[in-house]
Design a protein around this ligand. Sequence first.
Ligand code: AKG
Length: 235
Amino acid sequence: MTQGELFGGLFDASPERGRSEPAPGAVLLPGWLDAAAQLRLGAACRDWARPPAGMHTVRMPTGGTMSVRMVSLGLHWYPYGYRGVAEDGTPVKPFPPELGALARRAVAEAYGATVGGGISGIGGIAGAVDYEPDVAIVNHYPHGARMGLHQDRDERADAPVVSLSLGDTCVFRLGNTETRTRPWTDLELRGGDLLVFGGPARFAYHGVVRTLPGTADPALGLTGRLNITVRQSGL
Ligand SMILES: O=C(O)CCC(=O)C(=O)O
C-alpha cells in the first residue's frame, strides 16, 4: 500500500483556522489531515496499539504513572531514552516508511518547500532539508489525561518534531526553551491538526494542559485523543 493510499487526501486546511506560527520555528497547520486520512491513521494506531509491543502505561522514575498511554514505533521510548525492546520484552514495532513519508511532507509544507519542487524557506531550520524520521510515539489521552511540560531531549538530533492530532481537541501549551514557567502560548489542537516544532522551537517546553472530552468526530470511533509525534532519533 502506498503512502497516498494509506494517508492520502492531505492539506485540507480549514479556511476559518489558517496557518499560524505560534513561536519562531513552530508551525500549526489546522485541518492538515482530512477526515479520510484521520480515519486511516486512526485505524493504523489501533493496529500499532495491539500486543506484542503494544500500548502500555508508563511508570516514571519518580514512582508515578503517566495518565497518557503510549506505543512506540522504530525504537521504544522510556523515561528517559530509547531502546529496541518494548515494555513487554518483545521487539518494538518497526517504523512505517509511509509514516516517515507523511512526516517529510509535513516538514516540507510547514517550512515552505513545495513537495516535488524547489525549496524556499526550509533552509533556516536545522535538520529540515535532510529530514530522516525513524521513530514515532503514539500517545492516547483517555478523558482526564494530560502531559506535564517537558522538553523532547532523548533524541540525538535537532531535526523537527512532527505532531499529528486525532480525536478530542486539547489545549497544548508551547513554552520557552529555558524554563517550565511563562512565557508560553496555549494552542487549541483539534483532530486533523499538524504542529511542527523545529529550529528555535525544537527544545521548547511543551505539554497538554487538558483535553476536551466529546469533541472528537464520532465517525472516528475513538474515545479521547491520539497524538502521534514523529522524530529523528539520531541513534
Ligand atoms: O500530545 C501532544 O500533543 C504532545 C505529546 C508530547 O509532548 C510528546 O509526545 O512529547
